[in-house]
Design a protein around this ligand. Sequence first.
Ligand code: HEM
Length: 399
Amino acid sequence: MRALIALLLTLTFLTTAHAQEAEAPAPDRSATGGAQSLEDILARQRGETVDNSFRSDAVGNPDSAAGMANQLGTLGGSSDPELWRALRFGSADITSTYRGPAATTLVQDGGMKWLTFREGPLSTYGAYLMGGTLVLLALFYLLRGRIRIDGEKTGRRIERFKAIERFGHWLLAGSFILLGITGLITLFGRKVLIPAFGHEAFSTIAIASKWVHNNVSWAFMIALVMIFVMWVIHNLPDRTDINWLLKGGGIFTKGHPPAKKFNAGQKLIFWSVILLGGSISVSGLALLFPFEMNMFAATFAKMNAWGISGALGLGELPTVLAPHQEMQFAQLWHAIVSFVLMAIVLAHIYIGSVGMEGAYDAMGSGQVEEQWAKEHHSLWVEEVQAKQKAAPESATPAE
Ligand code: HEM
């Protein structure tokens, strides 16, 4: 008997589920005089796409208002719902005493989508990416161990980076780490810090975090320009990179492929830092100066026109965005690109410190062990030594 009831119940649920999956008929809007119905609202809440043209097209025609004798009738020729529709679809004639940007946009509907994406996939996958990178680095350390200097150390040192280069690097590194930590506090603080420390403490942490994030961003941007100017010449791709990449940088094999001042792996890090860091800076500026830099509608229009959005399976991207939606996209882009760069930089920090014997000195004292340099940057060492040999001759004063 029990089994029979269970079977019947299962069948009932299956039928309901099936009925829900079936295409919903167009809702009957006669009860609302053609205005949106509860069914429309529920459909939108279920995440279904509701064709809004019955609302956006129903603006500016007094005849479309429900009759006065109607239960939901209006008080005159044009109705309040019509005014709200005009506000909602940006066609209302609005004047505002506040002259700032976005002052006349009274309604925008991107907020919920943005919030659910930020709280949902952005936070979840961002956390996976950070955690996954740390796990992979730990595994790499366990499998490969520290990359040692293979040959006998010579005791001689070569200058690798001048003081100004090290200053630029540490300004970049220090600011990036602060921005990373304060950014993560902003994204995860409510979920992680409030349960741990309470609202009061989190409020102080969040305010301090925001102040640091906003102000330290300038140091990051200055440092980004500095390292670009100082190192771009050494990071242009050349033939040695192909060989280096084919040999996987010699990470799992004996011997090291020849490299100039920066090997192909470092060039990838450099360009990631410049391009992703540049993109983070631009989207950060858009957030720092709200509504002043609207880039997404124009970018989406180009992506549609060049077929990029189609190729990526994103369909037709919106090309008309409310100023607030521009900000929402700027925030999401800023966070996504930052997560990717943080993962890359974690790998860089690992290899520049515990991961490789002798590497840290390059940015510490600026002087590296000659044997380390010969193993990792053989072509660069040859270049430096050739210059050193040539220097005393050219420096000899004429008698
Ligand atoms: C505390 C953490 C860090 C350490 C220990 C560290 C260490 C190093 C070292 C030793 C080098 C020179 C490598 C060589 O001589 O060939 C270097 C280069 C570099 N660092 Fe860092 N770094 C850190 C953080 C960062 C951060 C946060 C960034 C960027 C956001 C960054 C960007 C770069 C770039 C672009 C280079 C040149 C390309 C390369 O060598 O990969 N570093 N770093």
